[in-house]
Write a protein that binds this ligand. Structure first.
Ligand code: SF4
Ligand code: SF4
Length: 276
């Protein structure tokens, strides 16, 4: 069953590809992280990682895999880093420490806005949700204008109000997908699937939104029409699984999961190099 359609072009998603070489290493400074989650040390937000060099590059980038720093390898800012860096022009959190706190706040808000844009862009590829395309395109335009404007506009943007509208649209899209897939029996209120074994199950149309799938075994499963919105997929085994028609998957989720060359992912996502 084909749910996504790209009309031979998935460039719609290019704006979300991270360009670390056009960024001032913001995620490696702005965010809190812990050793437990696969980062080099426990670090508070706002303090640069000790591996970030003066050119904003990771000095151990080539060793992230051998050092098992899976948090670093999986992190994906959805393109927020390069957008925020470009909004500040020649200035950055290091050259002007007085603006650092603001830069980090703008980055976190931009990350959430980029995530919304990502999901709205996916709606534009979902055939069953065709009637929502015009509305999704309008929201996308509004967000693009905002993200090109100024840091102060981004900071003052009412994300809660906008988020309610977007969530409603994503819910409606999912309802339409579910109808197409025809598997209403597989909706569940259960959200904790940590370590659960689904091996080789046909899970078409399953609602995994906001579910804990940490270390769950989805090996060999058919995941057509499954909703993965906000699911925690750290160490989820998706080897030999078919997620090509999975819905609302993000690059961060795919990076955090364990797949292989036989894992099928949607065309708008990129296979992590660690699977090769
Ligand atoms: S914020 Fe994004 S673009 Fe910048 S270094 Fe981090 S992942 Fe790369
Ligand atoms: S190890 Fe490298 S990628 Fe990870 S947080 Fe530090 S500088 Fe960033």
């Amino acid at each position: 069953m084909k749910l996504h359609q790209y009309n031979g072009d998935n460039s719609l998603f290019n704006e979300f590809r991270i360009k670390c070489n056009e960024c001032s290493g913001i995620c490696c400074v702005a965010l809190y992280y812990s050793k437990f989650d696969g980062f080099p040390a426990d670090k508070v937000a706002g303090i640069p990682c000790h591996n970030l060099d003066d050119d904003f590059r990771c000095s151990i980038h080539k060793e992230l895999h051998s050092k098992h720093l899976k948090g670093c390898m999986a992190y994906d800012c959805c393109g927020a880093g390069q957008i925020v860096t470009s909004l500040y022009g020649e200035e950055n959190w290091k050259s002007n420490p007085q603006t650092a706190e603001e830069v980090f706040d703008v980055f976190i808000k931009t990350f959430y806005l980029q995530q919304m844009l990502w999901y709205l862009s996916e709606v534009l590829t979902l055939q069953p949700a065709k009637t929502l395309w015009e509305e999704a395109a309008n929201y996308i335009e509004e967000l693009h204008l905002l993200l090109k404007s100024s840091p102060s506009n981004i900071l003052s943007f009412d994300m809660d109000e906008f988020g309610v509208k977007v969530n409603l649209m994503l819910n409606n899209s999912w309802t339409m997908v579910k109808k197409e897939v025809g598997n209403s029996k597989k909706t569940t209120k259960k959200k904790d699937f940590m370590g659960y074994n689904f091996k080789k199950a046909n899970l078409n149309g399953y609602d995994f939104s906001t579910a804990l799938l940490i270390a769950a075994n989805l090996e060999g499963c058919d995941l057509t029409g499954c909703n993965f919105l906000g699911a925690d997929m750290r160490d989820t085994n998706i080897k030999n699984a078919d997620l090509s028609e999975g819905v609302f998957l993000t690059q961060g989720q795919i990076n955090a999961a364990k797949g292989n060359l036989n894992t099928h992912i949607p065309e708008h996502l990129v296979m992590p190099s660690t699977w090769l």
